[in-house]
Ligand binder design. Structure first.
Ligand code: ADP
Ligand code: MG
Ligand code: MG
Length: 250
């Protein structure tokens, strides 16, 4: 599904990613961990195609297609979802209406007609029930006065509605409390299938107790310096990152 080869990328002329190789197949969950500033969010942004990030070398293939030249929006339409990609706060636009627009824009880009209203309602009902989101929440103004947990809930709802092939969840800056952690984990677990894949970026081993990854990768100074099974996350929790840095520099 996703194949990244020798990716080098910079932001504001500063080299951040220095030779990333990563392969993600359908049905897999990959966790990306690593110290602050190691390039985790940059990697997520580059995959999603955020404009500020410059690819200097290497390739990104999504379902066999080189997507490097595609705009973020086009990648989203192909099924790449990055959390926090959408506007922070839109007063007067409800969670539901924002979602309707996003879905119909995606359909339009694919040459499809708007989703019939009854079908849309059915989908909203199904997904919100699955994620235990109540009606009141759906009619609230997007992100206005949302708590951390409600932001997470909205994000997971967006993911559920858009049914991405590849979801990238970058949780590093959010200071997830227990509720938010559970919302993210339950959402991901319920939406996981053999056809889609998830990349979870996290500082918290705790999250990986709920979302069990198939692979854990450690990013350090813009490179994946170690990959392993889920137990690697436990080892990191116990020993920190110093031993990884030493190994990487040896
Ligand atoms: P992580 O998510 O692992 O903490 P980031 O990818 O956010 O790391 O950041 C890696 C490095 O890139 C940091 O030194 C950060 O300051 C820099 N960086 C990231 N995004 C930007 C940006 N938009 N403008 C300037 N510097 C950035
Ligand atoms: Mg950071
Ligand atoms: Mg980050």
């Amino acid at each position: 599904m996703l194949k990244i080869k020798n990716l080098h990328a910079s932001v504001e002329d500063k080299g951040i990613l220095r030779g990333i190789n990563l392969e993600v197949n359908p049905g897999e969950v990959h966790a990306i961990m690593g110290p602050n500033g190691s390039g985790k969010s940059t990697l997520a942004s580059v995959i999603a195609g955020k404009e500020e990030y410059e690819v200097e070398q290497g390739e990104i293939f999504f379902e066999g297609e080189d997507i490097n030249e595609l705009a973020a929006e086009e990648r989203a339409h192909k099924g790449v979802f990055l959390s926090f990609q959408y506007p922070v706060e839109i007063p007067g636009v409800s969670v539901t209406n924002f979602m309707k627009t996003a879905i119909n824009e995606t359909r339009k880009a694919k040459g499809l007609e708007e989703m019939p209203a009854n079908e849309m309602l059915k989908m909203i009902r199904e997904k919100s029930e699955l994620l235990e989101i109540d009606r009141k929440f759906l009619s609230r103004s997007l992100n206005e006065g949302f708590s951390g947990g409600e932001k997470k809930r909205n994000e997971i709802f967006q993911m559920a509605m858009l049914e991405p092939k590849l979801a990238i969840l970058d949780e590093t800056d959010s200071g997830l409390d227990i509720d938010a952690l559970r919302i993210v984990a339950n959402g991901v677990n319920k939406l996981k299938s053999k056809d889609n894949a998830v990349i979870v970026i996290t500082h918290y081993q705790r999250l990986l107790d709920y979302i069990v990854p198939d692979y854990v990768h450690v990013l350090h100074q813009g490179k994946i310096v170690k990959s392993g099974p889920k137990e690697l996350a436990h080892e990191l929790e116990e020993k920190g990152y110093d031993w990884i840095k030493e190994e990487a520099n040896a």
